[in-house]
Design a binder for this molecule. Structure first.
Ligand code: DCP
Ligand code: CA
Ligand code: CA
Length: 367
């Protein structure tokens, strides 16, 4: 097999960059985008911030009141998340990416893998130039900057991309993969969270290089077959996952905070019906049909839960979302005793074609 050339593009400080694009006069100020929970004016958390704000220690997840405190005395500007606008920008960039890649896999609103093997004839030298061209094109057409990682597979492209931000362009050729990965901490690998990291530390594994050399059989004993083998391969820079065009790309969802913690079905449905209206607007404007409806709950203890139903046929109407959400909530409330704090509605499993109509001809087939 010819070696592959895979890119991962990840937009820089995305939500905040979108706000700068909308109003370039804020570019030299700290910019913070927040999710306001609606409880009090101040409650909520930082969704993201530009790199000026990050210098003050303001990062994703920080409570907003702390962000305000850290930025006191500066000319910082604060925004509420505006997903609709960010999605539009994202769509425009993804469309441009599509013209450069033989397949495109969008993994989140601000991230996508591009398989450019064909476009650059498998050459990593050409890939560097090609990536530069994509960056310039998007900058001119949309005005957004992003970082690109280039590697022989998705795993390496992702780690390469993360290694240099913002506006980064990092290339890791197949022959350099091992030396590139070896010194990095194991938590750079997908699937190594706090718990796994700790477990690995106990085994004397700190870097990806340590993991690469570690006995595979022993890894399987500790983490199970699938995950053990995955870790072994990943540490050795092996990843054969293809870049798959998501025919049913992603999902459309809305989440909101309830005015008070509750277990009251009608109170919850009032909120989810509102959210459904928004979801539906998005779905219908993109002329999508969907097969899966999900609900999402954040409980008072801040644990989160989801429930979903996949229908037999793709549908595209609002009532199905409402009806399904209702029955999922009815069932969920019977199962859980905790009060609910936030709720969400999501549809996924998209198709573009018309929903299947049962056609008369199907009933009258000749016997
Ligand atoms: N996001 C969020 N809450 C988080 C993390 C991210 O709401 N805890 C949102 C806001 C981000 C977007 O997702 O703009 C993309 O997330 P990234 O992790 O890619 O972060 P950024 O794009 O903001 O910054 P970077 O330049 O580090 O990629
Ligand atoms: Ca990003
Ligand atoms: Ca990202």
């Amino acid at each position: 097999m010819q070696n592959r050339v895979i890119m991962l593009a990840d937009f820089d400080y995305f939500f905040a960059q979108c706000e700068e694009l909308r109003d370039p006069s804020i570019k030299d100020k700290p910019v913070v985008v927040g999710v306001y929970s609606g409880r009090t004016e101040e409650s909520g958390a930082v969704s993201t911030s530009n790199y000026i704000a990050r210098k003050f220690g303001v990062k994703s997840g920080l409570p907003l009141f702390m962000a305000k405190r850290k930025l006191e005395g500066t000319d910082a500007v604060f925004f509420k998340v505006d997903h609709e606008y960010y999605d539009q920008i994202s769509d425009r960039v993804m469309q441009i990416f599509r013209t450069y890649a033989s397949s495109l896999e969008q993994v989140s609103v601000d991230e996508a893998y591009l398989d450019v093997t064909e476009a650059v004839d498998g050459s990593f030298e050409k890939a560097m130039e090609y990536a530069q061209k994509i960056k310039t094109d998007v900058k001119v057409q949309v005005g957004i900057s992003f970082s690109i990682g280039i590697g022989p597979n998705k795993l390496i492209a992702k780690i390469a991309c993360d290694s240099q931000k913002p506006d980064g362009l990092t290339i890791v050729k197949p022959e350099d993969a091992e030396s590139f990965l070896a010194p990095l901490s194991v938590d750079c690998l997908l699937g190594v969270g706090k718990k796994t990291n700790k477990r690995m530390e106990q085994l004397g594994i700190r870097t990806i290089g340590d993991l690469a050399k570690y006995d595979c059989q022993r890894l399987i004993e500790v983490f199970g077959k699938t995950i053990g083998i995955y870790f072994h391969n990943a540490a050795n820079g092996i990843d054969n996952e293809p870049v798959v065009e998501q025919g049913d790309a992603g999902s459309i969802s809305r989440i909101g905070t309830l005015k008070q913690d509750t277990r009251d079905l009608d109170f919850i449905l009032q909120k989810t019906d509102e959210l459904t209206e928004d979801v539906y607007k998005d779905v219908s404007s993109r002329k999508l049909s969907f097969k899966t409806v999900s609900i999402y709950m954040v409980m008072v203890d801040l644990s989160s839960k989801t429930r979903s139903v996949t229908l037999d046929q793709p549908v595209k109407d609002k009532e199905t979302i409402k009806r399904t959400a209702r029955s999922l909530f009815e069932k969920f409330l019977r199962e859980s005793a905790l009060e609910i704090r936030r709720v969400g509605v999501k549809v996924s499993g998209f198709s573009k074609e018309e929903p299947n109509q049962r056609q008369l001809t199907n009933f009258f087939q000749p016997t």
